[in-house]
Structure formats: structure tokens, C-alpha cells
Design a binder for this molecule. Structure first.
Ligand SMILES: Cc1cc2nc3c(=O)[nH]c(=O)nc-3n(C[C@H](O)[C@H](O)[C@H](O)COP(=O)(O)O)c2cc1C
Length: 428
């Protein structure tokens, strides 16, 4: 595989030398393209010696080789580490004032940027807007690690370790089998865990919605949020950037996830629609109420002996999963959507048949089917329990996959399946 390794002018440029080594040792051909500023941190000699190739930073060097178009055009993968605040701004702005930014404009392969900078620079609205814009355009931007920065200070802004960037980069090209063009792939020992979601943005909804009746009462459900929290944890463990849209949960959200708290189904819908654009994977694990009271009273409904008992009328809530699928189909066909279904069998059909029908109706790629209710011994099977047993159903007709064990084990199985689906798409 032909890799362009861009290096920005940050203190972490030295780590890119280790990253370069990981690529070459796995058999990939690397062209290093440091910026002029990067050469103030690590000199040309290091990049040339490690890559075995001449190193240029400017479009007016070796003009006869038309590097400014050729490098990006021929690359199978472009990785920039560290991506400085300045580089993010130039990339977002479409600048082409050096060889690296020309290459970024020419590249039609996956592009991974690994930002590193001081926390203030990272959190600055200008940087955040540039990152959001780049992600919107399909560029994969890793979140920086949290830890020691240049001086004695620490916080978010640290360059992730070379092995993590390497894993994330290989995951983008679908791992060893991704390359049909005969370029050398990675392989055993490349450092890429088989279930890596590094570089991916995953949005998980979890918990049970609460539909308000009045300021103190609501209609709720028995979801504890344990399975959703476990899914977020498993996605984090696989290296994903995770947002948890959390309705009512009995357990704390996993550390490392960005949490958006919601109450009702309508709030959950709004949060999911806001978070979905740019996400690689959506997992709808929340128990979203199908119905809500038609009216929410502004003051507490009073119990009076002389008044008639209140009658609650319910209206249908929007189907968030279907709406996410419709929007995805229109705007972001590559997004993978996973639904959850809690089904019970009845005289007419089995829970499995209901699950398959639901999968077809909803249009998502995967449906994780829980059979809820009491088991033969009369014990609750799913809600609030620490263990679970599910069938993972696939729209493409693949074999249903059984996963059972702790909710963390079930979550790991679902995340592995998601990873396989994404890798299969990358090779198509
Ligand atoms: C010692 C030192 C360390 C720096 N570290 C960083 C850094 O980690 N991240 C960053 O965005 N900029 C950092 N800068 C600022 C960049 O070098 C500066 O913005 C430069 O213009 C970036 O150029 P480039 O984006 O073309 O590589 C640092 C500057 C100095 C002098």
C-alpha cells in the first residue's frame, strides 16, 4: 500500500518517525511529506533515511516529478500526524500552499488526521469548526489523547501513540484484505486489532425514555441502560469516538464517552438527528416509548374526591430508527445503522419472525433481537439483568449470529459484527 505520511510542525513530530517505521515494517511504501515547520522539529535526514525516499515540502522542488498532484493521486492512504491547528485550518480552507496541502486536495483515498496541540488550541471554536467541517467532508479526524503536553501542563491535545494511529489508519482501508490493487497489505503483527473502530465515530442511544404526564409523573419503561452503556464501552475499547445519547439509565455512562442526556422520546429523536450527520455508526439501543400522553399538564394533576378519574390519551411517537435510516439514505449512504428490538413471541409468530419482519420494515443493516419477558422459570430475562442473550440479524441475509453472556460480552459481539460490516464495505 502506498502511504503518504504528512507531518505538521508540532512538538510531537518525532512520534511520526515511529509511525513511519510501523508502516514500513509492515511492508508499506511510505512517502514522508513534512511541512516546513515540521523540519524545525525533525530534519529531512530522518524522514529520508527512514522512508528510503527523497523528502520534499514545497511544490517547487523536483517540479519535473509533478509531486504536487502525483503524490495525492497515487496514494492508497494519507495520514497526517501531528496535524497542527494551522494544518487543520489550511486543510479545511482548501489551501494548497505547500506539498502536503496540495496532496490533501488531490487525495481520493482515505485520509486520517491525528491532531496534536495545546488544549486551548484544540478547544478553540475555530479549530473545532475546522475539524467538524473536515469530518463532514469524510476526512477522518482522530480526537487527541488526554495527557502530558509540551510543558508541565496536561489535558486533551496529546498526539495518540503511533500504534493507535497505525491501527486507526489500517482500519480505514479495511485491514490486510482491503487492497485489491496488489499493493502490499499489512498483516499479522501490524498492530491492528481485528475489531478496531479507531477513527470511527459511533453514536449509541441507551436507557429508557420518560414521557411526561405532568411535572412530577411520567410514563416510563423498564430499560436500565446497562446494554447501551456496555455497547458504548465496547465501542470505546475498540478505539471509536463515542457519543452516548442517554435517556434514563440506572448505571453511569462509561468514562470517555461524550454524553447527551435526554428525557422523552421527542428529545431523544432531536439529539439523534443532531448527532447522526458525520457518524460512521448509529446504534439505537434505547427503549424509546412508542406512545406519549397527548397532553402534558403544566401543573400536577390533583387527586380530588369530587373529580372524575383522569383519562390519559396516548399519541404515537415518531419512529426514530426509521427516520435515521431515511436521512442516512438521502445524505450519507455509507453510515451503518444498528437497531435493537425487544420482542416476545405469541400465538401468531415467534420472536425471531417478528425480528426479521422488523428488520425489513426499518431498513437498518443489523438488528439485535432480544427476547424479553419471563423465562421458563418465571425470571425476567433482559430488563435490569446483568446478562443477556441476543440474535444479531443482518439485512443482507447473512446467518443470524447468537451472542450470550454478560451485557459486556454481548456488546463486544455486536461491536465485532459492526467492525466486520464496515471492513466488508471498505473492500467493496
Ligand atoms: C516549540 C513549538 C511547539 C509547537 N507545537 C505545536 C503543536 O503541538 N501543535 C500545533 O498545532 N502547533 C504547534 N506549534 C505551532 C506551529 O509550529 C505553527 O503553527 C506552525 O505554523 C505550524 O505549521 P504547519 O501547520 O505548516 O506545520 C508549535 C510551535 C513551537 C515553536
Amino acid at each position: 500500500m502506498r502511504v503518504v505520511l504528512g507531518v505538521g510542525g508540532g512538538i510531537a513530530a518525532y512520534k511520526a518517525a515511529l509511525l513511519l517505521r510501523l508502516f514500513t515494517e509492515a511492508g508499506h511504501s511510505v512517502t514522508a511529506v513534512p511541512t516546513e515547520a515540521a523540519l524545525s522539529f525533525v530534519g529531512k535526514a530522518t524522514w529520508e533515511a527512514l522512508s528510503g525516499k527523497p523528502v520534499r515540502t514545497d511544490v517547487f522542488e523536483a517540479v519535473e516529478t509533478v509531486n504536487h498532484v502525483r503524490l495525492g493521486h497515487e496514494a492508497d492512504l494519507v495520514v497526517v500526524a501531528p496535524a497542527t491547528a494551522d494544518l487543520l485550518a489550511r486543510a479545511a480552507g482548501g489551501h494548497a500552499d505547500d506539498l502536503l496541502t496540495n496532496t490533501l486536495l488531490m487525495a481520493h483515498c482515505p485520509v486520517l488526521l491525528a491532531p496534536a496541540m495545546h488544549t486551548e488550541m484544540w478547544r478553540h471554536p475555530a479549530t473545532q469548526a475546522n475539524v467538524a467541517l473536515l469530518r463532514e467532508r469524510g476526512v477522518h479526524v482522530l480526537d487527541p489523547a488526554v495527557g502530558r503536553l509540551t510543558g508541565a501542563d496536561s489535558g486533551p491535545g496529546r498526539l495518540p501513540e503511533p500504534e493507535e494511529i497505525f491501527s486507526a489508519a489500517l482500519a480505514l482501508v479495511g485491514g490486510p484484505s482491503a487492497d485489491d490493487a496488489g499493493h502490499l497489505p499489512g498483516g499479522p503483527g501490524t498492530g491492528r486489532p481485528s475489531d478496531s473502530l479507531a477513527g470511527r465515530r459511533v453514536v449509541v442511544s441507551a436507557g429508557g425514555t420518560r414521557e411526561p404526564l405532568d411535572p412530577v409523573r411520567f410514563l416510563g419503561n423498564r430499560s436500565s441502560g446497562k446494554q447501551g452503556a456496555a455497547l458504548a464501552r465496547a465501542a470505546l475499547a475498540a478505539g471509536a469516538d463515542v457519543t452516548l445519547v442517554a435517556a434514563h439509565m440506572d448505571v453511569p455512562p462509561p468514562e470517555g464517552a461524550r454524553v447527551v442526556s435526554v428525557g422523552s422520546a421527542l428529545e431523544l429523536r432531536e439529539a439523534m438527528l443532531a448527532e447522526a450527520p458525520g457518524a460512521d455508526v448509529l446504534v439505537m439501543a434505547a427503549a424509546v416509548a412508542d406512545f406519549r400522553p397527548s397532553e402534558q399538564q403544566a401543573s400536577k394533576i390533583k387527586k380530588r374526591d369530587d373529580a372524575a378519574d383522569p383519562i390519559i390519551t396516548l399519541v404515537r411517537n415518531p419512529d426514530v430508527l426509521v427516520e435515521l435510516v431515511q436521512r442516512r439514505n438521502a445524505a450519507q449512504p455509507g453510515q451503518l445503522i444498528v437497531g435493537f428490538a425487544a420482542e416476545t413471541g405469541d400465538d401468531a409468530s415467534s420472536a425471531f419472525d417478528y425480528g426479521m419482519a422488523k428488520l425489513a420494515r426499518k431498513g437498518c443493516e443489523l438488528l439485535v433481537l432480544n427476547e424479553v419477558g419471563a423465562d421458563a422459570a418465571g425470571s425476567e430475562r433482559v430488563f435490569g439483568q446483568d446478562s443477556n442473550a441476543v440474535l444479531i440479524l443482518a439485512r443482507d441475509g447473512g446467518e443470524p449470529e447468537h451472542a450470550a453472556g454478560s451485557k459486556d460480552e454481548v456488546a463486544a459481539a455486536v461491536v465485532r459484527r459492526i467492525t466486520r460490516e464496515l471492513a466488508a464495505r471498505a473492500t467493496q
